[in-house]
Write a protein that binds this ligand. Structure first.
Ligand code: HEM
Ligand code: HEM
Length: 196
């Protein structure tokens, strides 16, 4: 496929590409890891706690990477849209990008809130990757245990629901990218990859 001569001006910058793929990898891992929890709980897996701890560690790291990504995005101009897209394609891909930004921020934030509301949180300190003690959000500290449990359940539901929505948005995003690349034969993936 002939690549346009101005491809270098239509790529995302290196930090944007690096953050995009690091976050994609982390989210992919955490979605897959999170989807095992119900089965492991039912099987009473003895190492369930440390399995969930790894999920939390990756999730908090993702929250930091997402903040960096959003700061980079608002302070650096992205490349112009892929030329030749139909209006509906441009609108749909922009809408899915906005939804992904929203969800990649809200999903780990709700996970952190869910974990912070846990009435047994004090007995299980949050230590990232078994090394780095980290704080919980102090919103629930003065609540009765039953109220905390109520919030814990509610926020857990919201966390899971939005994680599934993220999975759906990701499927649309990947299908869209593959359509442009394979069916329309446009250099879509190159836009979000390293190069001169
Ligand atoms: C959870 C995983 C992913 C998330 C959260 C995500 C999120 C995003 C977001 C928000 C953008 C818009 C960038 C901007 O305008 O600032 C983007 C662009 C892009 N993503 Fe992903 N992405 C993920 C996975 C993937 C995968 C697996 C592919 C491969 C098919 C992919 C390919 C692309 C491409 C090619 C672009 C550039 C779109 C364009 O402007 O033409 N992404 N991604
Ligand atoms: C982008 C990052 C994250 C993704 C994609 C994600 C995804 C998921 C998924 C799919 C589940 C299973 C939901 C269900 O079966 O209903 C889950 C559960 C859970 N997540 Fe996350 N999560 C993320 C970040 C976090 C963070 C940052 C924390 C806490 C600091 C966290 C804590 C939890 C907990 C405690 C559960 C429930 C485990 C149980 O069943 O007791 N997650 N997550």
């Amino acid at each position: 496929m002939a690549l346009p001569s101005n491809l270098h001006t239509s790529r995302y910058s290196k930090p944007a590409v690096l953050l995009h793929w690091a976050i994609a990898l982390g989210i992919g891992f955490n979605l897959w890891w999170g989807l095992q929890f119900d089965g492991l709980e039912a099987a009473k897996a003895p190492d369930l706690r440390s399995i969930i701890d790894l999920h939390k560690s990756v999730g908090i790291t993702l929250l930091g990477l997402v903040l960096m990504r959003v700061l980079w995005r608002v302070s650096h101009r992205p490349p112009p849209p892929l030329p030749g897209l139909q209006r509906w394609e441009r609108l749909l891909s922009t809408a899915v990008h906005h939804l992904l930004y929203l969800l990649m921020f809200l999903v780990p934030l709700l996970g952190w809130l869910h974990d912070s509301a846990w009435s047994a949180a004090a007995a299980h300190p949050l230590v990232l990757f078994h090394e780095l003690p980290f704080f919980r959000l102090p919103l629930f500290n003065n609540m009765a245990a039953a109220t905390r449990d109520h919030w814990h359940d509610l926020l857990g539901e919201a966390h899971g629901l939005l994680a599934y929505t993220l999975l759906g948005a990701l499927a649309l995003h990947v299908l869209g990218a593959l359509k442009h690349q394979v069916i329309d034969r446009k250099p879509e993936l190159q836009r979000m990859w390293f190069g001169r």
